[in-house]
Unconditional design. Sequence first.
Lengths: 113, 111
Amino acid sequence: KQEVTQIPAALSVPEGENLVLNCSFTDSAIYNLQWFRQDPGKGLTSLLLIQSSQREQTSGRLNASLDKSSGRSTLYIAASQPGDSATYLCAAPGGGATNKLIFGTGTLLAVQP
Amino acid sequence: AAGVIQSPRHLIKEKRETATLKCYPIPRHDTVYWYQQGPGQDPQFLISFYEKMQSDKGSIPDRFSAQQFSDYHSELNMSSLELGDSALYFCASRRGAEKLFFGSGTQLSVL
């Protein structure tokens, strides 16, 4: 059974800092992993999807890496901005007929101006 | 580009009432998922449909049911509502193994 863990649960950084969010998953037989952003009371916005054949995926100031062998993924945010403040969730396929996504508990990020 | 559409955005019900949530997936997406997110919790998978057939089931109470119609929209029906059903309900869709896109959610409050 897939279990997804995220560390840290919360993070506060000053504006401009680079930061790393961590995601661990127990079942490494995944074909991809997805990172999402969620603002309070809002829906989930897809940030990056990494296929199992890829090691990294980049979008703007965001870079996500995937290491299936160690069951880990990281989301790197460069030059953080107050607008980056949100909860960041990683999700991995949980198996089953449609490979529903299993979510981690998220990292609540606060970027201080 | 079209996104996943959910309605209503907010719903207030009383205990023991019934609620129906609607979801319109992105065109040409073949799989629809329903998730429940309680306050401060991560989204929990409820149920999914592939090409209008139920394909997977998660922690969905027996009081809940869902279906996908011929036009691919899906409805989540919740009966005998309880206080603990208050949550954000998300619908998501995707095509094959591509990115999963979420709707903005329906905030259900049971009083």
